[in-house]
Design a protein around this ligand. Structure first.
Ligand code: SAH
Length: 396
């Protein structure tokens, strides 16, 4: 493909399946740069200059599922299991709110027992009460990422959160290819996860009022460019509000180790191409720069921002828990504390021409439009609620 041909393709109002496959497969650095610039410009045009934080709280690594790719799957007995206390979880969320993060994400392994369900309700109620303040009158926004659940459970959590306008759920379908999905989830003798069921969960989430997020892993052994193009079409079909995607990385404790992983440079480029094409096709949805990008290259998440991401999820988990939550190998920042992550990240984001949307909940603009709601306005004040830290806000 010549630069002229690519420029023509990038100007098309709608990309067809062949175009998508072509763009995903770009490897020439000059052409990849053109794709990046088109996606970045489109993101600015649709969403302005802001990147929003979701403070990530990895509250427990106890899991009842056996997803073969995942380092904390149930059958990995080498992992020491932990669950943070309610006090520790709430403390992290309050820290996030005080430091200008408009929202947090609670993620964990998958559990379905009543004790866990009620524990989450209780955490959500307390987070809501303790994060309400002048800059966040409705409390911090919350994204949940707690796996497949019954609709009734999603409803209970939605009620407990107290801030339905900024309530989100992230459940990646991992791949839209049913054969690949089965390969990823079937350990001999069991087949716990089912692609159709995961889609049903996404529909339940929508009925319960969540902004619905999903996503895939990129570079799964056996996955083709056509599979990834079909994943994007599936995002359209589900009409997702948010997308979280990252490279598939091997993990010592997982059950796919023998299949290896793609060569890191090619894998990173494929993941970035996928982000850019998804932005071009999906318009004003939120797209998160996955931490897994940073596991391949130190500035991988910033590259994600250049290729069209507008969300970053700084890890808020206290350092002592981080080693227990290694979904894949080389997970970055294992030795850092949250305070370090916050300041380091702002510099990284600004270095790529974006600003942090301090004290903004950063709801998906796609979602706001669907609901007939106005775009979020940036707060007038430029101090965090505790007045300690000057937050720099810039006009759009
Ligand atoms: N248990 C919840 C949330 C935790 S897993 C759930 O299943 O939804 C969050 C995401 O981490 C998964 O959706 C998966 O896409 C990603 N992940 C897990 N193992 C991975 C690996 N080896 N490489 C890359 N991403 C991985």
């Amino acid at each position: 493909m010549t630069p002229q041909q690519l420029a023509g393709l990038l100007k098309k109002p709608e990309l067809n399946d062949d175009d998508i496959v072509t763009l995903l497969g770009l490897t020439d650095p000059g052409l990849c740069g053109m794709l990046r610039d088109a996606a970045f410009a489109r993101t600015t045009e649709l969403l302005g200059p802001y990147v929003y934080y979701r403070g990530l709280i990895e509250l427990s690594n106890i899991c009842t599922a056996n997803c073969r790719y995942c380092g904390i799957r149930k059958a990995n007995h080498a992992v020491k299991r932990y669950t943070m206390t309610q006090e520790e979880i709430v403390e992290q969320a309050v820290w996030a709110a005080r430091n200008g993060y408009g929202s947090v994400c609670l993620q964990s392994g998958e559990r379905h027992d009543e004790k866990f369900i009620e524990f989450i309700c209780s955490c959500l109620r307390e987070i809501h009460e303790k994060t309400k303040g002048p800059l966040l009158p409705k409390g911090v926004g919350v994204t949940l990422s707690l796996g497949d659940q019954e609709e009734e459970v999603y409803r209970r959590w939605a009620e407990a959160c107290g801030n339905p306008e900024s309530l989100r759920y992230l459940a990646r379908f991992e791949t839209s290819n049913p054969k690949l999905f089965a390969m990823l989830h079937s350990t001999p003798g069991t087949n716990e996860k089912n692609l159709e069921h995961r889609f049903a969960c996404l529909r339940s989430l929508r009925r319960c009022g969540y902004q619905v997020g999903s996503g895939v892993m990129i570079g799964i052994p056996g996955q083709t460019l056509e599979d990834l193009a079909h994943d994007i079409r599936t995002f359209q079909e589900i009409d997702v509000d948010m997308i979280g995607m990252g490279p598939y990385l091997r993990s010592e404790g997982n059950d796919l180790e023998s299949l290896g992983q793609m060569e890191p440079r090619a894998l990173l480029q494929l993941a970035l191409n996928m982000i850019a094409v998804t932005r071009l096709v999906m318009g004003p949805v939120n797209i998160a720069a996955a931490t897994a990008l940073q596991a391949i290259r130190d500035d991988g998440r910033e590259m994600g921002i250049e290729y069209g991401c507008n969300i970053v999820m700084p890890n808020l988990s206290p350092q002592r828990f981080r080693k227990g939550y290694q979904l894949y190998d080389n997970k970055p920042c294992l030795d850092d504390e949250p305070t370090h992550c916050a300041s380091c990240l702002e510099k990284r984001i600004e270095s790529r021409g974006r600003s942090v949307g301090w004290n903004m909940s950063g709801s998906s603009r796609h979602y706001l439009r669907r609901m007939g709601r106005p775009d979020e306005v940036k707060p007038a004040k430029d101090y965090t609620p505790d007045g300690k830290r000057l937050i720099r806000l810039r006009a759009i």
